[in-house]
Design a protein around this ligand. Structure first.
Ligand code: ATP
Length: 506
């Protein structure tokens, strides 16, 4: 079958697994892409799960020159051994599009009940997962060694932990939540990094816990040369800078670093500075249970600051007036705002948690919403007039971590220039699906449905009670597109409970 024909079926089906199933079920002699086999509908033999596992592992580990052929060879071998229906699921596994609508938290509940018979053990499993976010590994330990071994899982060099996040509350209530005195820090407009240094081996993990060290060889070098500790895990924000390392540039400039090739050129074009703000482990000592000021002091002890490596600007204050002064100063210098951090005895680092120990403040404007909202795009409407040929209006959803569903929140179209519309139209093309995805709840009917993958930031005038989006119950008045958030995964977007809090804070 010709590639073009396969593409046509793919567009119709909207899913590579279903496409393969249709093609293979036709029982025709194949050409082109699938020409390795006369009749793919007849499988050679059945495939053992262990065989599938080691083949997938081999595929994942193969890299460098020739890896494409190796991967293709393994894929061929697998497809030869699977029926059309099995191929459908095989391809969905490989392309990470196999969805059964079960959230991580539900699996954790299931593990607790299934392996220990006691639901409350879910807390230990969740804690372990936050420190070692691979449910496969955690399950193996639970199954082979039991809950006591799961409870021993700890922060480890080379394994990223789920990051601590910040809540939002109206500025007048921040100090009530954090206690006073507190520390305020610039909220920099860059990308969060979790840095693991083990001797000379440096790994940088993104907010989605992906290893993105290759994007920042300069950051790896500066860490290697300017940290006075053999092993350390720290966090900071990497920010694009002008060539004199004086002025911070917005996140959009930093996004150029996402390129896989020509990294040396792009490194020269976009210099960066890493601003450190936390330390989680140093040599043999875990700092997770230490209070914030102890952690900050340790950072100060081990970092030699220079143009490309600094500590984030911070100040200890007592009053809301001081907090506002610091906020205005931060904004003047091009930051997104500030993060207020509790310094009380219990101000520990809480992996994977969005609590009130850290509170972000991005805007003060009366009437306007206090913060932006990150949504995943789940649907789009064809543009009209000047927007013919691109999508004009989009539906953004927020995430419910309990049910694992994306829940429609608002339509939006303002703030998109022609160039942005063009680029968004291209970005979403590969996520178009034939019908509403199972993990989406939406009362609107767009022209095209999308897998919730593309994340954007929007801001509006206020959160209103919605008569349309009844599941969420809220929507946004005058939503305006702010920016793409390519560094965020769909599950890192704003949660439903945060919308509730935003509504109450108005
Ligand atoms: P936002 O959408 O507002 O950037 P977010 O959803 O990425 O926020 P939040 O928990 O809301 O995450 O805010 C924390 C984020 O702010 C961090 O992930 C980090 O990237 C960024 N940040 C910038 N400066 C700091 C700082 N001084 N301390 C902690 N995080 C900071």
């Amino acid at each position: 079958m010709k590639k073009k024909k396969i593409k046509e079926i793919l567009i119709k089906k909207g899913d590579i697994g279903a496409t393969a199933e249709v093609i293979l079920a036709k029982k025709k002699k194949q050409k082109s892409l699938f020409d390795f086999k006369e009749d793919l509908s007849e499988t050679d033999s059945s495939l053992e799960i262990s065989e599938l596992y080691s083949a997938l592992q081999k595929m994942a580990l193969s890299e460098g020159t020739g890896s494409h052929d190796v991967k293709l060879g393994i894929l061929r071998g697998l497809m030869r051994k699977t029926s059309p229906l099995e191929t459908k699921y095989l391809l969905r596994i490989i392309t990470s599009t196999l969805r059964v609508g079960v959230s991580t938290m539900t699996i954790i509940d299931g593990l607790a009940l299934g392996f220990t018979g006691v639901k409350k053990n879910r807390d230990s499993i969740e804690k372990a997962y936050n420190l070692h976010p691979d449910l496969g590994d955690v399950t193996l330990i639970l199954a082979e060694k039991g809950i006591s071994e799961v409870e021993r899982i700890d922060i480890e060099y080379g394994v990223p932990i789920r990051m601590m996040l910040a809540s939002r509350v109206p500025y007048g209530e921040i100090i009530e939540k954090t206690g006073s005195p507190l520390t305020v820090e610039y909220k920099l407009d860059g990308e969060r990094l979790q840095i693991h240094k083990e001797h000379d081996k440096i790994k940088l993990f993104s907010r989605r816990l992906l290893d993105i060290s290759k994007q920042f060889p300069d950051v790896c070098r500066v860490i290697k040369d300017n940290i006075r500790a053999t092993n350390v895990i720290m966090e900071g924000e990497v920010v694009a800078m002008d060539h004199f390392y004086e002025k911070m540039l917005p996140f959009q400039v930093l996004s150029k670093r996402r390129r896989k090739y020509d990294i040396d050129d792009i490194m020269k074009e976009v210099p960066v500075c890493l601003f450190l703000f936390d330390i989680l482990k140093c040599d043999n000592e875990s700092f997770l249970s230490e209070s914030f000021l102890v952690r900050r002091k340790k950072l100060e002890e081990i970092v030699s600051e220079r143009d490309e490596l600094r500590l984030v600007k911070s100040k200890t204050i007592k009053l809301t007036e001081e907090l506002l002064d610091f906020f205005n100063e931060a904004r003047k210098e091009g930051n997104e705002g500030i993060i207020a951090k509790s310094i009380e005895d219990n101000s520990v680092y809480q992996p994977g948690n969005r609590g009130f120990l850290w509170i972000k403040l991005k805007g003060l404007e009366g009437g306007k919403l206090k913060d932006s909202v990150d949504v995943a795009i789940i649907g789009a409407f064809y543009g009209k007039g000047r927007r013919t040929g691109v999508y004009g209006t989009y539906i953004g959803a927020v995430y419910d971590p309990v049910s694992g569903k994306f829940i429609a929140f608002t339509r939006f179209f303002s703030g998109l220039t022609d160039e942005l519309s063009e680029s968004l139209t291209q970005d979403i093309a590969k996520y178009i699906v034939k019908k509403k995805p199972n993990n989406v709840i939406c009362e609107d009917i767009p022209d095209v449905w999308l897998e919730p993958e593309v994340v954007v930031e929007i801001i509006g005038d206020e959160i209103t009670i919605s008569e349309k989006f009844l599941t969420l119950g809220y929507s946004m008045r005058f939503p305006v597109f702010q920016k793409f958030r390519p560094e965020k995964g769909p599950k890192d977007i704003t949660y439903v409970n945060e919308i509730d809090e935003l509504y109450k804070s108005q």
